[in-house]
Write a protein that binds this ligand. Structure first.
Ligand code: ZN
Length: 110
């Protein structure tokens, strides 16, 4: 029993001495949403935009009054930061409109 315990201790000590993370592996974790432009700055800017444009633009066109919950890019920016930050390319949308807009976009080109 004592021998088995000693062996177990030695094994666990050895495994903890091994490098747990590969060098540079943290970089892949960092380059996620920030790389696509959706940074803290975007969150702040889009919230300010929603305060100025609190109603969903698509609902408004249909004569409905719905509170907008997010800012959508009218023209897909596809990583283009000029288009991304161009406020004339922004529209306030509610979540249902945003999902239907994206579905329409994916279903076919206009
Ligand atoms: Zn809407």
């Amino acid at each position: 029993m004592t021998r088995l315990k000693t062996l177990g201790n030695r094994v666990s000590t050895q495994s903890s001495a091994l490098p747990v993370t590969q060098p540079g592996s943290w970089r892949t974790d960092k380059a996620t949403s920030g790389q696509r432009g959706y940074t803290y700055a975007w969150q702040k800017a889009s919230k300010a935009f929603l305060r100025q444009h609190p109603l969903c633009a698509m609902c408004e066109r249909r004569g409905r009054v719905t509170a907008a919950t997010l800012v959508d890019h009218v023209e897909a920016h596809r990583g283009d930061m000029t288009l991304f930050w161009d406020r004339t390319n922004w529209q306030p949308l509610c979540t249902p409109c945003h999902s239907s807009e994206k579905q329409r976009e994916e279903a076919g080109r206009l």
